[in-house]
Write a protein that binds this ligand. Structure first.
Ligand code: ATP
Ligand code: MG
Length: 458
C-alpha cells in the first residue's frame, strides 16, 4: 500500500508569518516621529474611510433614491394627466401646471420614437437610480439623459402616439452637494495633520536633545548645559541624566584624588627609603633595593601624571597634525625613525593632555620594542582612527587583552633591561574609554604590533 509521505509542517506556517511580520516591521518607519505620525494618521484615515463609506452608502444613495423617486412620481403624474386629457388646450394647461408647481419643463414631441440609449458611465448613481424609479413609477418605455447638461436632466417617455419630453433640475433628483462633505472632511484632516506634525516635532525635539546629550557624555563632554524642556517624563529623564553625569564625575574625581593622595604619600616614604639606602653601606642587596625603589617611584610618577591630566580636564579643539608631529619628533630624539600621515581635516574636540598621554604611551611602546614607527590618522564618518605600527616582536594574539591590565608586563625576560611599570596601555585605554572610544591591538603589516585608537567625534 502506498503511503502519502507529505507531512504538513507547522513551523513552515509560523516562519511565513514571522517573515511577513518582519516585512511589515521593515516597512514601518524607525524614527519616533514617523511612528507617532502613523499613530495619529492611521486612526484618522480609518475613521474617515469608514465615515465616508457609511455616508455614501447610507445617506447619499438613500437621499438620491428618495429624490429620484419624487421626481419620477411627478413625471408619472404629468404623463397620466397628459394621457387623460389629450386635447391641445388641456396639454398646454398641464404643461403650465408642471412648470409653475412642479418645476418641470414639459413639451410634447409629435413623433413616437425614442433616441437610442447612449452608453452611460457605469458608476453613475443618478442614472441608475432615476431609471429604476421612472421604470417603476411610469411603467412605459423611456429614455433619459443625466450626463449631458450639468444642471438639468432630460427624460423622454413614449406614449402611444407621441413622446413627452420632461426637463428637471438635476438638484431636484440628486443630492448634488454631497461632495462638500468629503471636501470638508479631507480639508479638516489636513489641517489636523499639520497641527499634529508641529506638536509632534516639538515633543520629539527634547528627546533627540536628550539622546545627543547622553552620547556627548559618553564621549567625555560636559552635559551640564542640557536644558529641561519637553513633557514631564522627558524632563525627568534629562534631570536623571544630568544627575547621573554629576555623580559619575564626582566618583571619578574622588577616586582619582584619593589615589593621587596615596601615591603622593607613598612617594614621600620612598624618598625616605632612598635616603636610608644611600646612607647604608653599598652592597648587592642595597643596589637591588634601590632599583626597586626607582621602579616604584616611576610607577607612582606615571600614575600621578595621569591622575592630574585626567582630573576633569575640559575638552578643547586641538590640531591633530601638530600633536602627531611633536610625538614623532620625540620618537626621533630616541633615534627611532617615525613617520605620520593624516587623512581628512583634523581639528578635533578632545581632552588635549589626556589624548597626548594616550598616544604618547602607544608611541613610546612602539619606540621601545620596534626600530621604526609609523602613525596614521584617518577620519571617516565622524570616527577618528589612529594606528601606531612598529616592526618589533609584536604581542601574541592570546595576550592582546592581558597587556591592558595595569602592571601587566608581557615577558619578564624580554623586559629585563627595560624600565617600565606596565601601566602605559592601561592608562591609554582608560583615556580612550573616557572619550567614548577604545584601543585594540593587531598584527602590523610591518611585522610588529599595530595599536589602533578609535575615537568617535561629531
Ligand atoms: N609595541 C609593542 N611591541 C611589543 N610588545 C609590546 C608593545 N607594546 C606593549 N608591549 C607589551 O605590553 C606590555 C604592557 O605595555 P605597557 O605600555 O602597559 O607597559 P610598559 O610599556 O611595560 O610600561 P610603561 O608603559 O608603564 O612604561 C609591555 O610590557 C610589553 O611586553
Ligand atoms: Mg608602555
Amino acid at each position: 500500500m502506498k503511503r502519502d509521505l507529505t507531512v504538513s509542517h507547522p513551523s513552515v506556517g509560523v516562519s511565513k508569518l514571522s517573515r511577513l511580520s518582519g516585512g511589515i516591521k521593515r516597512l514601518l518607519p524607525t524614527s519616533l516621529f514617523g511612528r507617532s505620525l502613523i499613530i495619529v494618521v492611521a486612526p484618522m484615515v480609518l475613521l474617515q474611510s469608514v465615515l465616508a463609506f457609511v455616508f455614501l452608502e447610507r445617506h447619499w444613495e438613500l437621499v438620491t433614491q428618495r429624490m429620484s423617486e419624487a421626481v419620477a412620481r411627478e413625471m408619472a403624474a404629468v404623463v397620466a394627466l397628459l394621457e387623460a386629457h389629450p386635447q391641445d388646450a388641456d396639454i398646454q394647461s398641464v404643461i403650465d401646471i408642471a412648470s409653475n408647481h412642479l418645476g418641470l419643463r414639459v413639451s410634447v414631441l409629435p413623433e413616437a420614437v425614442l433616441p437610442p440609449r447612449s452608453s452611460q458611465p457605469f458608476f453613475n448613481l443618478l442614472d441608475r437610480t432615476l431609471a429604476r424609479e421612472i421604470n417603476s413609477a411610469v411603467g412605459k418605455p423611456f429614455w433619459i439623459d443625466t450626463v449631458g447638461d450639468s444642471t438639468v436632466i432630460e427624460a423622454r417617455i413614449l406614449l402611444e402616439d407621441k413622446v413627452v419630453r420632461i426637463f428637471a433640475r438635476r438638484s431636484q433628483a440628486y443630492a448634488t452637494n454631497s461632495h462638500i462633505f468629503l471636501v470638508w472632511m479631507v480639508g479638516t484632516s489636513l489641517v489636523l495633520l499639520f497641527i499634529a506634525v508641529i506638536f509632534l516635532r516639538n515633543q520629539i525635539r527634547p528627546i533627540q536633545r536628550l539622546a545627543e546629550a547622553a552620547e556627548r557624555f559618553g564621549r567625555g563632554h560636559s552635559i551640564a548645559d542640557l536644558g529641561h524642556s519637553g513633557a514631564r517624563e522627558v524632563r525627568q529623564a534629562s534631570h536623571a541624566l544630568v544627575e547621573m553625569g554629576e555623580r559619575i564625575e564626582r566618583q571619578v574625581e574622588q577616586r582619582t584624588t584619593m589615589l593621587a593622595g596615596v601615591s603622593h604619600d607613598l612617594r614621600t616614604i620612598l624618598t625616605r627609603f632612598r635616603l636610608q639606602l644611600a646612607m647604608m653601606e653599598a652592597s648587592e642587596d642595597s643596589r637591588a633595593l634601590l632599583d626597586d625603589v626607582d621602579d616604584m617611584e616611576g610607577m607612582l610618577n606615571d600614575y600621578m601624571a595621569f591622575a592630574s591630566d585626567n582630573a576633569q580636564e575640559p575638552t578643547a579643539v586641538v590640531n591633530l597634525e601638530e600633536m602627531l608631529r611633536s610625538l614623532c619628533e620625540h620618537a626621533e630624539l630616541q633615534n627611532v625613525p617615525c613617520g605620520y600621515s593624516i587623512d581628512g581635516v583634523m581639528q578635533i574636540d578632545v581632552r588635549p593632555n589626556a589624548l597626548k598621554r594616550c598616544l604618547g604611551n602607544l608611541v613610546s611602546n612602539a619606540c621601545r620594542y620596534g626600530k621604526s614607527v609609523e602613525i596614521s590618522a584617518v577620519r571617516k564618518d565622524d570616527v577618528l582612527s589612529i594606528t601606531v605600527d612598529d616592526d618589533g616582536p609584536g604581542i601574541p594574539q592570546e595576550a592582546h587583552e592581558d597587556v591592558f591590565k595595569p602592571f601587566f608586563r608581557l615577558d619578564e625576560a624580554r623586559n629585563q633591561n627595560e624600565s617600565g611599570t606596565g601601566l602605559g596601555l592601561a592608562i591609554a585605554r582608560d583615556i580612550a574609554l573616557a572619550h567614548g572610544g577604545d584601543i585594540s591591538l593587531q598584527e602590523s603589516s610591518q611585522g610588529g604590533l599595530r595599536a589602533e585608537l578609535i575615537i568617535p567625534l561629531g
